[in-house]
Design a protein around this ligand. Sequence first.
Ligand code: FES
Ligand code: CO
Length: 346
Amino acid sequence: MLVTQEPVLRRFWYPVMPLAQLMDGPQSFTLLGQPLVLWLDRDGKPAALGDRCCHRSAKLSMGTVNDGCVRCPYHGWSFDGAGTCTDVPQLDPGAAIPKTYRVTAFQCAERYGYAWVCLSDDPLLPIPEIPEAEAAEHRLIPQFYEPWQCSGLRVMENSFDNAHFSIVHAESFGVTEQPKPAKSEIVSLELGLKVYATVPVVNPPIQQQLLNIPDTLTVRQVESTWYAPFSRTLKITYPNGLMHLIFTAATPVSDRTSQIVQFCIRNDTEADASTESIIAFDRQVVDEDKRVLESTDYDTPIDIAAEQHIPSDQPGILMRRQLSMLIRSEHSNHKLVPEKQGATQV
Ligand code: FES
Ligand code: CO
């Protein structure tokens, strides 16, 4: 599946940039091959337009923000968040600006400290709801924002793959002597999955400190949610009640590149575990995944028969099925038929 070839993927919300990066003025981001300019409007809300001025096509992202509008770097025309031209310095003051002076606008919203964009006016799903992010006693830690040279589907499948821990994560939390994957309960949702598992993990000294668990082995209760097409939450609860919830999106930039957007939510405090050390441990884990994921074929097949499987690949198989059904229904312009809901054991 080449992401830029599937228009249905434009009908989802994607986190594209930390809001903090927009404080410095307009920024560029490419989503599904569509160049965008993002900036903060008068109310501090993010806005997104196509990154081409309608006059002589200069990149608006090279411009400035003036009075909540983005101002083109070439002749200084300004555009608001709806794409309407609000100022043409070359016209007489008070002269009407032709309505055709406009740039394509895209839906843009703030959530969890990030600007999210949907390239369609008709999104299939809302921005993922993460109730844990709203709880006052929880802290949200921005972790990673970086391009990976791999497909978002591979990143999602990897997140739900219990069979790679003892190999890929042998240095961090994988139990080397236990390559047999933990059993999962899988529930298919409409354009998503829920997966529950109990996973034994190695608890290295650094984690013993961060988790406040003195044992060298522990266990994770895991509740994972896949939000089609390329976002997930991984809610880990340890035996002492500590919650470490990770949100990861593999926002599709182009056919070969995904922008990894990751933050975590914890129910402990800075005094229990420092932000820096939490990021450092997750950095190690994420780099272990990145290394192998960037070696995979970016044109990821959604045809189940195209690759070989083991039972623990079931979440990835369901993702491929849901995506092929979605693409088929978009191609045939039929109403989307949700996959049958229910639980399966693997
Ligand atoms: Fe943007 Fe001329 S190219 S104002
Ligand atoms: Co992994």
